[in-house]
Ligand binder design. Sequence first.
Ligand code: FO1
Length: 318
Amino acid sequence: MIVALSGGIGGAKLALGLSHLLDPARLLIVANTGDDFEHLGLSISPDIDTLLYTLAGLDNPDLGWGRRDESWACMETLEALGGETWFRLGDRDLALHLARTARLRAGESLSAVTDAMRRRLGVGPRILPASDDPVRTRLATDQGELAFQDYFVRRGCAPKVRAIAFDGAAASRPAAEVVAAIAAAEAVVICPSNPFISIDPILAVPGLRAAIAATPAPVVAVSPLIGGRAVKGPTAKMMAELGLPVTARAVAEHYADLLDVFVADPADAAALAEVGARIVAAPTLMRSLPDKLALARAVLTAAGVAVAAANPVAGTAR
Ligand code: FO1
């Protein structure tokens, strides 16, 4: 079993690449839930949904979130009725939130609901939240304490971040199977997601960081920065505001003792010489499917995992 920790768009891209190289039963994706929130009476889990849509081939290539072939009739109508439309929910995307919210209200766990949606959308690899208990990223900023989506969407990541906390993490328990899967893994992959708002909320679930530190499996992280710049999102800006050097090295050091291997873009690999982990240089910008396959292959090879020949696993999203 390869266990991949993922949040946001970059993580989902590598997860897609991995899904093409591994039989579905051999890949477990652990999703960040720190971005989750209740909105318009709906339980929204953006990073789970980005994974579901990406692996189902339904992701919106322009937005990076939500569904392709979307319509916005509900948002337009809600606007006319004076409802909140700052968080854009497409008509088809809304159906997923309605289905999830109904099942959660009926008492199903987030893991169970996510697995039901995965099967309905024809996604092969399992996707699990890091925890079924609520973990919510909150940011202390120059505009006060902000909930994640308020910071990220409503204010467009403009506030200056001073500190990041994960409400509920201390009381949260890892989702069933995640700890066992990590302990028995062939490899653990930390995807090129924002370390602070996508990976740290996963590592903040008691027992998960310890499980990763203790597993005999190689732990391989992929840098989300290229040449000191984030591929997408606020990673670089956030690092500067947190007083960290905006470098791949600072990311590797952030994961500290967890890493066996750190995969960085050739632009950064040279400056990573004496970092504790073994450094592997590989192009980390993923625009096309071949890019995603190549990085996934480099990651698995770095972890010593034998992968199939060039032919992608049949029936997986493009
Ligand atoms: N991101 C935005 O920047 N604007 C939006 O209106 C927006 C809506 C949205 C709806 C559903 C969903 O699953 C994700 C959505 N996102 C939106 C992305 C969301 O903020 C995620 O938290 C980011 O992708 C970071 O992981």
